[in-house]
Design a protein around this ligand. Structure first.
Ligand SMILES: [Fe+2]
Ligand SMILES: [Fe+2]
Length: 176
């Protein structure tokens, strides 16, 4: 593997992402079941499937680093995801859309950071997949932001900071 630096920061962030994907996937399952609009149901279900795919990819990365998921984070994520899933049915339309968008903007940065950590420890083979996942999270954020901005209360809501354009994910990685 690496003659370079310690893989521990990469392992730690991948464990975080792996469990985060579990919580997100459960939450989105509740979310798409809770909305009435057919297009929204379809798109959020697709997003749920993308989170399961991310989890599989991140799990394979952890194995390739001779590591495994963090048991405590896994339990906590499963509980949190199921609670959020139920809350989607109780909280109305806006709160889950808003919460999802804000969370997704964090996920973009998480995979960008993971890509840098991979490069730092000599695992360049993981970089493209991590940046692709950051780009998919960008699409998720973009979708939920658009949903929230279309709501009649949007003007009165403080919206989380808008991520830079999607192309900057790879550009900034190349220049960092
Ligand atoms: Fe994801
Ligand atoms: Fe996502």
């Amino acid at each position: 593997m690496s003659q370079q630096s310690d893989p521990q920061p990469l392992i730690a962030i991948l464990q975080l992402a792996y469990s985060g994907e579990l919580a997100a996937a459960y939450a989105y399952r509740g979310h798409w079941h809770s909305v009435n609009d057919a297009d929204e149901r379809t798109r959020i279900q697709e997003i749920e499937n993308e989170e399961w795919h991310h989890r599989q990819l991140v799990g394979e990365m952890l194995s390739s680093l001779d590591s495994k998921p963090n048991a405590f984070r896994e339990t906590r994520a499963a509980i949190l995801g199921r609670i959020l899933s139920v809350l989607c049915h109780l909280s109305g339309w806006l709160a889950p859309m808003y919460g999802a968008g804000k969370l997704e903007s964090r996920n973009i940065r998480e995979y960008e950071t993971a890509a840098r950590y991979a490069r730092n420890c000599g695992r360049d083979d993981l970089v493209d997949c991590l940046l692709t996942m950051a780009e998919v999270e960008w699409e998720h954020e973009h979708y939920f932001r658009a949903r929230v901005l279309g709501h009649r209360w949007a003007k009165r809501l403080p919206i989380w900071p808008q991520p830079p354009a999607k192309e900057t994910i790879r550009k900034s990685f190349a220049h960092s």
